[in-house]
Design a protein around this ligand. Structure first.
Ligand code: SF4
Length: 300
């Protein structure tokens, strides 16, 4: 098969676009999708990048550095140590390779230090607590380095899953808070990879030789997310473009609501921004300490 752009041998077929692409045009296509999101975001000052060492955040950090570092944007990578023995230590070693290669400032923060909890000591649904605490800690760390924006490595698959999960739960409040702009105490978030399918992120990392850690955390995401992932993969296979439509549709809804559907106050416990009296981190930590349960699956 030949590339539809230049007739060189194709290495990939994008069912959703109907295009066969060679290596060069595949890499350009991924970068074009990321560039579009970055341009929309108009990043100024310091950009914090959530960097776990996995393929998504490594590709995000690599491409953002290529796109923005030369134009004067200060990039700081932030890694959260969740407290998972035998996992995070190995990942940090690989993560250090990319940091050294890109010569980027790196800040490592930990749940244990901030919240006094390790995820490997949580018995019930550790991923749920992990996701909630990670969001909170990333926000705190981004603020501490003076970042105007925080980029995360969510890819198209993550994004479509999270949107569909919230639709299925009827959780409109959370749907509207997924991609929030800047709010008091809350650093604006962007997801530069949100229109790049997961498989393409992995292929990009491989072709570019970006050091990534392939080790899986021994905890796995919740059952509901796994079911939604399977459902979406089936739909995408039968109806190419489904994941993109979900993400794009959600973005249009946010534009209609002008991203101001919720107000924030200070959490009475920790002072971080919150929709309710207690922020999600303090609320969930309290429940876990009391009952070890009663939390919902959330964003990865
Ligand atoms: Fe945290 Fe779950 Fe991811 Fe492990 S798999 S890092 S516990 S969210």
């Amino acid at each position: 098969m030949r590339c539809d752009k230049c007739s060189a041998p194709a290495i990939v077929f994008q069912k959703y676009s109907g295009l066969h692409l060679c290596q060069k045009h595949f890499l350009l296509d991924v970068e074009k999708k990321i560039k579009r999101e970055v341009r929309k975001a108009k990043v100024e000052g310091t950009l914090a990048v959530a960097f776990s060492g996995g393929k998504d955040s490594a590709v995000a950090l690599y491409v953002l550095n290529e796109l923005l570092a030369k134009s004067g944007t200060n990039i700081v990578a932030i890694t959260v140590d969740e407290g998972i023995a035998g996992y995070r230590d190995n990942v940090l070693e690989t993560a250090a390779l990319l940091i050294t290669q890109l010569r980027i400032e790196w800040k490592i923060v930990s749940f244990e230090q901030q919240f006094g909890v390790r995820i490997d000591q949580v018995r019930d649904r550790p991923c749920t607590l992990c996701g909630i605490l990670r969001r909170s800690l990333l926000n705190r760390a981004a603020k501490s380095v003076g970042a105007s924006t925080l980029a995360t490595g969510h890819n198209l698959d993550d994004e479509a899953q999270t949107i569909l999960m919230n639709y299925l739960r009827g959780d409109i409040g959370r749907l509207l808070r997924l991609d929030h702009g800047e709010k008091a105490g809350l650093v604006r978030r962007i997801k530069p990879l949100k229109y790049v399918p997961e498989k393409e992120v992995a292929l990009y990392a491989l072709l570019k030789g970006i050091p990534i850690d392939l080790e899986e955390c021994r905890f796995s995401f919740g059952v509901f997310r796994a079911e939604v992932r399977e459902l979406l993969n089936d739909l995408e296979s039968n109806h190419p473009g489904t994941k993109y439509s979900l993400a794009r549709g959600h973005e249009k809804i946010l534009q209609l609501t002008q991203r101001t559907p919720f107000e924030l106050r200070e959490c009475v416990e920790c002072g971080e921004p919150s929709v309710k009296q207690l922020c999600q981190s303090c609320d969930t930590l309290a429940k876990v300490r009391l009952h070890g349960s009663d939390v919902n699956e959330s964003e990865p």
